[in-house]
Design a protein around this ligand. Structure first.
Ligand SMILES: *Cc1c(COP(=O)(O)O)cnc(C)c1O
Length: 360
């Protein structure tokens, strides 16, 4: 596998090599059935086993308590930006949102487009989204509070989650689901597009407290209705079968690695290695306040934009992809999701030291 490159892409992003090998092994003839998962009916007994396994594994890996349902949607996390207010925010009620970056902003805008009433209760836009506004004041009569647990573009992550009392907490965890241990019981709803930390694009997992399923109004499209899609166990129409199968394999892989506790340990080691390299240099500069640093997306700058261009071009030659920052912010970003191995980080910090020496 020496021809595989070090993948720092933000999403779609690296998948565990073991998972890819398993996919390859299963591809032409899934468990002796003579066909691939892509080619079988979503109503077949075999696929039913796959989707039930995926749901069970989500519950095991995340330690989801009783009373929650796991639903697989299409439409990405972006569809959930609309689905959440459509299902959970009646027109005469308000919801609180925290604006911590581009994705949070899109969630807010999508709700506003639906003419829902939104309070932006905190924002870090004043400082280019370089910090998490931990100190938030929640409106006690809000229908829910929406946060983005990890800000993929800005490189920030909530280190601890806000206490919201009786107000349901909703989190977009697209880029950090299963990167660390969390207490699911603090959340009313968690959603995540799979293509960052959990599988291929095309599948979005929604973990929802079951009592909320009853809130979906009858007059919203079926494809966004938690009540309808959840009520049919994600099989209301043809689900993204292949993606769900790969998600199942990724969850099995996490379990085999020792679960999210073990993932978190490795992730923190990986992130420490990179942040230390940045902190110990006057050449590289982190863009994020220390208490808000993401262990999934590490953002940094070089002394000039020209040097950043050169750095990214040379990194490609060294077999590293994806180090260019998001087009909206520039700079550099290394996305170091669960599937990115320690060796990739070692290669990156070695390259950074060499580059500094040659261009300092
Ligand atoms: C990538 C991303 C999204 C958008 O996901 P899609 O699946 O492309 O709709 C939303 N939120 C966060 C935090 C993301 O990282």
């Amino acid at each position: 596998m020496s021809d595989r490159i070090f993948n720092f892409n933000a999403g779609p992003s690296a998948l565990p090599l073991d998972v890819l090998k398993k996919v390859q092994e299963d591809l032409l003839n899934y468990k002796g059935e003579g066909l691939s998962v892509m080619e079988m009916s979503h109503r077949s007994k075999t696929f039913d086993g796959i989707i039930k396994d995926a749901e069970r594994l989500m519950k095991e890996v995340m330690n989801i308590p009783e009373g929650y349902k796991v639903i697989f949607f299409q439409g990405g996390a972006t569809l959930q930006f609309a689905a959440i207010p459509l299902n959970l925010l009646p027109n005469d009620k308000k919801a609180d949102y925290v604006n911590t970056g581009s994705w949070a902003k899109k969630a807010i805008q999508e709700a506003q487009k639906l003419e829902k009433s939104i309070n932006v209760i905190a924002s870090s836009e004043d400082e280019n989204f370089s910090y998490i506004p931990y100190d938030i004041k929640i409106n006690p009569d809000a229908e829910y509070v929406h946060i983005t647990s990890n800000n993929t573009i800005a490189g920030t992550q909530w280190a601890s989650f806000p206490e919201t009392g009786n107000v349901p907490l909703i989190a977009d965890m697209s880029s950090d689901i299963n990167c660390r241990k969390i207490d699911v019981s603090k959340f009313a709803l968690i959603y995540a597009g799979a293509q960052k930390n959990m599988g291929p694009s095309g599948v979005t997992a929604v973990i929802i407290r079951e009592d909320l399923l009853e809130k979906s109004p009858a007059n919203i499209p079926s494809m966004v209705s938690y009540k309808i899609i959840g009520g049919k166990d994600s099989l209301y129409n043809t689900p993204p079968t292949f993606g769900i199968y790969v998600v199942k394999l990724v969850l099995e892989w996490i379990q085999n690695m020792g679960g999210v506790e073990e993932m978190e340990k490795i992730n923190r080691k990986k992130a420490d290695l990179l942040y230390n390299a940045i902190d110990n240099s006057d050449y590289y500069r982190g863009t994020v306040k220390e208490d808000s640093r993401s262990i999934m997306n590490v953002t940094f700058r070089l002394p000039s934009e020209d040097l950043e261009k050169k750095f990214i071009a040379e990194s490609l030659e060294k077999g590293m992809i994806g180090l260019k920052g998001h087009r909206s912010v520039g700079g550099c970003r290394a996305s170091i999701y669960n599937a990115v191995p320690m060796e990739a980080l070692e290669a990156l910090v070695k390259f950074m030291a060499e580059f500094e020496k040659n261009n300092g």
